[in-house]
Design a protein around this ligand. Structure first.
Ligand code: GLY
Length: 420
């Protein structure tokens, strides 16, 4: 890593308090750095809509081999990340370990599923075709009209809101002071609920501070951008050498309270007449969405995908289509209560790979553009950013993860001039 990325004062400002930004902040604080996170509404961007599938295999798609490698390396980090976060925060960060079932509604959907399984075989990803009857034996809540299925035993899932809340708590614990109190110079992290409006550079061009919308200057040895689709470009005015092309791709997710009656155990992903849909359960009594309570059983249905901005509108047609397709796979959701509709934009890059690491501006690092995989990629991104901040290689896994992370170099668009 270039030495320019090393913060001379070992003091970091993270812009953006979604799950990626907070994971970076927590890992940095745990490593002894002082950290400030700037976000007017931490966790209210893409993280709020995320279902929490850690679906390295099921997200693998044609033409995205580098992303599949990255996702696999990231998935391997989640068990230890969740355990460390639970210990640091004093909160449970449970992983759903039942695996996922990929299901096909009709014969054309089965053809699509078999194409995906052939891709998995070619790339050495573990998945196995099973009959619809076998899928129903594993998951009795699947509907009667399925053309076929596959199982991915290794796919995990997590409640992103629970993980985000644990990260806030872990930062607090690292600092040993109430949330929002000013840092006193000790190692740890604080979350400041203000938006970043400007990056300040020294006469030599190094990014040395972030100004927030309350007029406060946050001096930083290094600044990490962990912003979403909208804020990233705005902060880069005046830094033409830094190109971080991230665009919004809107998605709507739904949260249902299934109550005790629909004890779905597996992540169910499917295509219904060519349309993708997923249904993600949580363990009974867990799930930090609306409707929580002892008998609450959260189920997340997702997600629409549209090339449009983060307008926070939940179009009736999108909600209707999600419910229609989800009930084709899991008819029991008819009885569940719809408790939340969450429209947000995913931050997506031109090649669907995130931008992670030092940028062309000294003192400025990127952790942006995680697209469909922000929750999955958060721990690996945090470790990569920490390694860049401290100029260390990651001692836990210098091999596959380092190779996978090479594809996320933020300089790739600056040097190749690819379209934004
Ligand atoms: N991670 C799935 C989605 O973005 O819809």
């Amino acid at each position: 890593m270039p030495t320019s990325a090393r913060p001379p004062a070992r003091d970091v400002v993270v812009v953006g308090g979604g799950i990626v930004g907070l994971a970076v902040a927590w890992r940095a604080a745990a490593a002894g750095l002082t950290v400030t996170v700037l976000d007017p509404a931490p966790g209210d961007g893409a993280s709020r809509a995320a279902a929490g599938m850690l679906a390295a295999v099921n997200e693998a798609d044609f033409g995205e081999r580098d992303l599949a490698r990255l996702n696999l390396a990231a998935a391997a980090r989640w068990p230890s990340f969740a355990a460390g976060l639970a210990a640091a925060s004093g909160r449970d960060v449970p992983l759903l370990r039942a695996g996922s079932l990929a299901v096909a509604y009709d014969a054309d959907d089965l053809a699509l599923l078999r194409r995906a399984l052939a891709l998995h075989r070619a790339w050495g990803l573990a998945s196995e075709e099973i009959s619809a009857a076998d899928a129903r034996r594993r998951e009795p809540y699947l509907g009667p009209r399925l053309a076929g299925a596959a199982v991915v035993e290794g796919d995990l899932a997590v409640d992103p809101r629970g993980a985000h809340a644990a990260l806030v708590a872990a930062l607090d614990v690292a600092r040993g002071a109430p949330l929002g109190a000013p840092l006193d110079g000790a190692a740890g992290g604080t979350v400041v609920r203000q938006g970043a409006v400007r990056l300040e550079r020294s006469p030599t061009g190094r990014v040395v501070a972030v100004h927030d919308d309350a007029g406060t200057r946050h001096a930083a040895g290094a600044v990490v951008l962990a912003t979403g689709a909208t804020a990233t470009g705005a902060l880069l005015d005046g830094l033409p050498q830094v190109r971080l092309p991230v665009r919004p791709v809107k998605g709507i997710t739904l949260r249902l309270d299934a109550g005790p009656g629909l004890a779905l155990e597996h992540v169910v992903r499917g295509t219904v007449q060519g349309r993708p849909v997923y249904v993600v359960p949580r363990a009974a009594g867990t799930g930090a969405g609306a409707g929580s309570g002892p008998n609450h059983r959260e189920i997340v249905v997702g997600a629409t995908t549209e090339e449009r901005p983060d307008d926070r509108r939940a179009e009736a047609g999108g909600v209707f289509a999600l419910l229609r397709d989800a009930r084709a796979l899991v008819p029991g959701i008819d009885e569940a209560a719809l408790v939340e509709v969450t429209p947000r934009a995913r931050p997506v890059t031109p090649d669907n790979l995130p931008l992670v690491g030092p940028t062309a501006a000294p003192g400025l690092l990127a952790a942006v553009g995680h697209g469909r995989n922000g929750v999955l990629l958060a721990p690996l991104t945090a470790d990569a950013v920490l390694a860049a901040l401290t100029d260390l290689t990651d001692p836990t896994d210098p091999g596959p993860a380092a190779a996978a992370l090479a594809a996320t170099d933020p300089l790739r668009f600056a040097t190749r001039g690819a379209p934004a």
